[in-house]
Design a protein around this ligand. Structure first.
Ligand code: AMP
Length: 208
């Protein structure tokens, strides 16, 4: 059995055509099904639908052989126990700081709300800025509006979410795209199925 971990939503939607090119087609649709394990057109290939932040954990511990995860999540997960053979160039966005529109830059200690604690700490340290990082699990945009933080660190695509909440993008921390990750033991034990899959993904990406 080959198990592939994917998160619902944008990454899943963008991964479907890549998987289809490799002739992996889910039978169930996560939009209409509550199943967490999706069967595919192959009896020996299944998808597990989990939270984006859990994808590296599932793959690291071998609960999934492969996973598709955003670079934002992988950097925050911060593990050497995963192979990351391929940038799939899907679900592209930017990891940025954002602050209330027109607000001046804070000169002293800055309070930052984010779910990307390690990445934010590293970024502000690299800029020589003292930062107090406040961990949130969602709705980061709210934090500056209610006085919980001066700014946020979050992924931005169109910027509509920021604008709708009176915020504006400020500094680019890094460009983000989704990566293929592989469990180290699976890479050895299931090499004959995993390597052709990686090759096919590479071929599809080269043709895009
Ligand atoms: P936008 O309003 O288009 O800038 O989208 C921003 C919101 O969508 C953010 O709050 C993110 O949580 C989410 N988002 C956008 N792109 C991605 C992505 N590639 N991966 C994960 N979340 C994303």
């Amino acid at each position: 059995m080959l198990t592939i971990a994917v998160s619902k939503g944008r990454i899943y939607d963008d991964a479907l055509p890549l998987l289809a090119e490799a002739n992996i087609i889910p039978i169930d649709d996560p939009k209409t099904s509550r199943k967490l394990i999706l069967r595919t057109n192959h009896d020996n290939v299944q998808l597990v639908i989990i939270r984006a932040t859990d994808v590296p954990t599932f793959v690291e511990y071998g609960a999934a052989d492969l996973g598709i995860a955003g670079k934002d999540v992988l950097i925050e997960h911060d593990s050497d126990n995963l192979y990351e053979p391929l940038d799939l160039k899907i679900a592209c966005c930017k990891l940025m700081t954002a602050a209330p529109k027109g607000a001046p830059n804070i000169s002293g200690r800055v309070r930052v709300a984010t779910k990307y604690i390690k990445t934010a700490e590293r970024y502000f340290a690299s800029q020589g800025i003292q930062a107090e990082i406040i961990k949130l699990y969602g709705a980061m945009e709210l934090a500056p509006l209610v006085g919980l933080a001066d700014c946020i660190v979050d992924v931005v695509d169109t910027g509509n979410t920021l604008r709708a909440n009176g915020l504006e993008p400020r500094e680019l921390i890094m460009d983000i795209s989704s990566r293929l990750v592989v469990n180290k033991a699976s890479m050895k034990m299931k090499h004959s199925i995993i390597q052709p899959l990686i090759d096919q993904f590479e071929k599809t990406l080269a043709e895009r």
